[in-house]
Write a protein that binds this ligand. Structure first.
Ligand code: ADP
Ligand code: MG
Length: 157
């Protein structure tokens, strides 16, 4: 369920999330719309993944991504949220986010405290940074998917 679909390429608009305060924790997550989430393979595992991300025609950055259960839909639908490992000057709601998911870190977990949650995410980020420097993941940073203009994506993506 987790690795079988990787690498997974996806592009879509950044929408408002559930205001769970990710930004206040210092870990903003750019949410994809329900339609984009619906286009994911239905059997892809929930959990924490990593890969590459690019906003509009901007630079390609490392990212960690969570595929989780969407509280708005009583946890019957998934949500997909990308934390880009980069400091942006401004929010980018409404812009097109392009991602390639290249690897899987762990399943979803519940945490006893906010501190435990934050340190788990920080470990996920460090793990993502290390993994993405390996040649098999690094090569996807240069994929044409990130550099072709809208509407001109290559056939197999
Ligand atoms: P929401 O609940 O609306 O998703 P968040 O607190 O998760 O709110 O913040 C997400 C928003 O923060 C994104 O939609 C984006 O506009 C902005 N943002 C700024 N920096 C980043 C980043 N490094 N990664 C992801 N989103 C970011
Ligand atoms: Mg969010």
């Amino acid at each position: 369920g987790a690795m079988r679909h990787l690498p997974y390429f996806c592009r879509g608009e950044v929408v408002k999330g559930f205001g769970r305060g990710s930004k206040e924790l210092g870990i903003p997550t750019a949410n994809f719309s329900e339609q984009v989430v619906e286009s994911f393979p239905s059997d892809i595992s929930t959990g924490i993944y990593y890969g590459w991300a690019c906003v509009g025609n901007g630079d390609v950055h490392k990212m960690v991504l969570s595929i989780g259960w969407n509280p708005f839909y009583k946890n019957i639908k998934k949500s997909v949220e990308t934390h880009i490992i980069h400091t942006f000057k401004e929010d980018f709601y409404g812009e097109i986010l392009s991602i390639v998911i290249t690897g899987y870190i762990r399943p979803e977990k519940n945490f006893d405290s906010l501190d435990a949650l934050i340190s788990a995410i920080q470990e996920d980020i460090e793990e993502a940074k290390r993994q993405l420097d390996l040649p098999e993941h690094l090569e996807l940073k240069e994929d044409n998917f990130f550099h072709l203009p809208e509407g001109k994506t290559v056939n197999n993506h």
